[in-house]
Design a protein around this ligand. Structure first.
Ligand SMILES: Nc1ncnc2c1ncn2[C@@H]1O[C@H](COP(=O)(O)OP(=O)(O)OP(=O)(O)O)[C@@H](O)[C@H]1O
Ligand SMILES: [Mg+2]
Length: 298
């Protein structure tokens, strides 16, 4: 079976103010299978967002991206031109920044329906209200008429998920979708994502700082450090049999995984210690990545 998303050999350079290219992603391979939720974890600045932005073509303007493969639903997307519609939707940490404060919720939904489904008028309104209902918003007809600031953070994130789904994606990319929410609401949003995966056979790439979120939600995990994917494995493999020293350091540094919302930081420059010298090469497989120290690699 083909993956929903397959990225290989992805490298991204961004020139700094002096015009010197800074490599923010190094030869990254990443896949998401059908109906799978893949977590992407790593410290702040490790390249999680850049990886996702590479996929949906929203890198900073000056960024230079190269890759050996980018396939979505088995179709090569390395040569797509701007404006090609990808069956991928992305939601972000703060839904308020993605919603126009002077427009009602319904306006946002109807826009997406018009654009992606070519439906307008009363039928679009009906689809919009159904979409709110589908993501668990009570009294959807009333919410449809309200402004973003009249909704709670959790409700706004549900609206973003509803908008993302209306584009009928094969893959949902969620970049820290619950970081701004309190723990109870966070759990509800993650339940919603898990339900959607099951009901709609949606594939999900879930970026998070939070190993508790990963443990409760993801099938597989990619661990990123300094622009590299240093380990990939099933969630159980990552938690119970981590292979890469950096993964072990992350697990050791994580606040109790019960404590949802704890952020992931390894103290004392561990990242550079493990990865700077490219001491470890990751060979991806569909199961656990195997790790080959550079010295002994062929
Ligand atoms: N707009 C930008 N222009 C130049 N460099 C950037 C830009 N955005 C991010 N970077 C750099 O790219 C690298 C990866 O950043 P990225 O945002 O992908 O990290 P992240 O893992 O998502 O971190 P966080 O957990 O804080 O969201 C960092 O070194 C960062 O400084
Ligand atoms: Mg980020």
């Amino acid at each position: 079976m083909t993956d929903v998303l397959r990225v290989a050999g992805l490298t991204v350079d961004i020139p700094n103010r002096d015009g010197v290219a800074v490599r923010v992603l190094h030869d990254v391979d990443f896949t998401v299978g059908h109906g799978e939720i893949v977590g992407v974890v790593g410290e702040s600045g490790s390249g999680k967002t850049m990886l996702m932005r590479s996929v949906v073509d929203i890198l900073p303007e000056t960024a230079i991206r190269t890759w050996t493969a980018c396939e979505v639903d088995g179709v090569d997307r390395t040569t797509r031109s701007r404006g090609d519609r990808l069956p991928v939707s992305m939601i972000f940490q703060d839904p308020m920044t993605s919603l126009n404060p002077v427009r009602r919720i319904g306006y946002h939904l109807v826009e997406v329906i018009r654009r992606f489904q070519g439906v307008t008028g009363g039928r679009a309104r009906q689809l919009g209200i159904e979409a709110l209902d589908q993501v668990g918003i009570d009294d959807p007809a009333r919410r449809f008429r309200q402004y973003p600031h009249e909704l709670s953070g959790g409700m706004r994130q549900r609206v973003m998920i509803a908008m993302a789904l209306l584009a009928k994606p094969s893959l949902l990319i969620a970049d820290e979708p619950t970081t701004a929410l309190d723990v109870t609401v966070q759990a509800q949003i993650l339940d919603l994502i898990t339900d959607l995966r099951r009901e709609a056979r949606l594939a999900v790439a879930l970026v998070t700082h939070d190993l508790g979120v990963v443990a409760g939600t993801c099938d597989r995990v990619a661990v990123m450090c300094r622009g590299r994917v240093v380990e990939v494995g099933t969630t159980d493999e990552i938690f119970y049999d981590p292979q890469h020293p950096y993964t072990r350091a992350l697990l050791a540094a994580a606040p109790g995984t019960e404590a949802a919302g704890g952020s992931l930081t390894v103290s004392g420059g561990v990242a550079s210690e493990w990865v700077d010298a490219s001491a470890v090469r990751v060979q991806h497989s569909t199961t656990h990545a195997s790790l080959v120290p550079a010295e002994v690699a062929p």
